[in-house]
Design a protein around this ligand. Sequence first.
Ligand code: MLC
Ligand code: AMP
Length: 495
Amino acid sequence: MDTAPAQSLRSWSGHLAGPLPERATLPRIWSKRFTEAPRAPLWWSPQSGQWWSGERFDEATRRAAGSLADLGVGPGDRLLWSCSSSVEAIAVHVAALRSGVVVVPVNPGYSGREVRHIVDDARPVAVVADDPERFVGLPGARPGNLPPSDRVPARWDEATGEDPALIGYTSGTTGAPKGAVLTHDNLAAATQGLVAAWRWTAEDRLVHALPIFHAHGLCVGLYGTLTSGASAVLLPGFDPTAVGEAARVHGATMFFGVPTMYHRLVADRPSSVHSWRLCASGSAPMSAELHRRASEVLGTQILERYGMTETLMNTSNPYVGERRAGSVGFPLPEVEAMVDPSGEILVRGPHVMAGYWQRPAANEESFRPDDTGGPAWFRTGDLGHVDDGYLVIQGRAKELIISGGYNVYPAEVEDVLMTYPGVVEVAVTGTPSDEWGEVVTAWMVMDGDLPTADQIAGFCASRLAGYKRPRLVRAVDALPRNALGKIVRSELGGR
Ligand code: MLC
Ligand code: AMP
């Protein structure tokens, strides 16, 4: 395998303001922050309309850890955590990490079918969720705001870098959702690198309107805020007016979003959003046109970066230097990236997951040994090329649709639609959309009438999360197949 292209990507080292800090686990970094700056504001709570200081949050994490211990959750145990944004939910998450408990974040909008798959696979010992009723049958299903407890957990801030910290569910390049096991070192490497690269300081204030159960809102937004000593205004969801208002009222300096959010910010042109130091975009491709318009409206050049659940952040445009539209920049500190001869982007470094949870075959397939005896490369399933030292993502080798920053796997939606009465065959693709990036489209071969989009939405309601439901439904006489009988989705139009 040709390893030369690694050199052709620019290096981040020339863009850092100083040396990287010494590696430490996130709980240890956070504990130091709480002690050194106890009264510094940390979270603005949308529920109480109040600021929480580091000291108050530290105390809340201790009491939540006591409650987890009351539930019998201890170091190395898996805790399913399915919560929307609130300080109390974040306290439970941080309490788990500080106690050495492994957190399994799950979208609270998932259907019973989707949740069951994760429960069966991860076998959590307890659940903390917005809606614990959905987890009946599992021991210790509790609401997001656990009753406080004074019990002292068995271990506190003692997890080592090699200990697992998080299992993030994602489909990877193929198949059903798998758990990506991220260690404390993975989380720390990714967060410390990003904080240094983006010159994140205690003076910063983030408007945080992302879901907290995926890498973007969790590992970038929450961990970055805690690690840099900064503060964040938590919003319960994304609304362009609320983002502008939060920036004005609280003097925010940063906003992170998926391209759909920037599309809506451009359309709404909220007033008083001129104080941004950094607006970063990721999770899905941002068109050069949206990059230009959003940069103009927000008064700062958008910084695009590229990440994934298995690796957290891989590349970023520079903080100082050209932030190039249509490019995701170059490998972050300590990250190596290359484009292999087939065009697939490979990465390695201390941020790459330990492996998929109990999936030896998937691990075998996803890691490629290095010919020169160095560490193995992780196959991202994304296709790209290097242009003047900047990485450009060109497409995906994996069959993935990204709608509003959420990943949708065609095979999962097809399996559900195949059970709709009268369906002979079905294929699912993404149709380009200015707002959503792609919208999920079902191409159906029917024995009878084609269902309407509303009928399909009704059918999928109890089977798929809302963002996976097809918005467009098209009739076809037959699905295009290649010589091996495999559906050729690209021939269905829209991609
Ligand atoms: C919501 N809906 C969507 C959708 N989000 N449909 C398609 N695609 C989406 N992304 C549907 C809902 O099911 C509902 O349909 C209707 O839209 C309104 O719901 P809503 O909740 O009010 O939607 P809205 O708030 O407008 O949500 C849009 C959004 C949200 C852009 C704010 O999708 C979002 O927060 N996206 C961010 C996803 C994210 O965090 N990705 C990071 C993954 S980590 P109905 O029919 O029920 O009414 C990753 C790694 C990395 O990728 O690099 O970061
Ligand atoms: P997930 O597995 O949910 O973490 O999604 C990761 C995938 O999102 C990556 O493999 C990419 O396909 C995509 N992605 C993330 N950031 C970007 C970006 N800036 N541009 C294009 N695609 C992106």
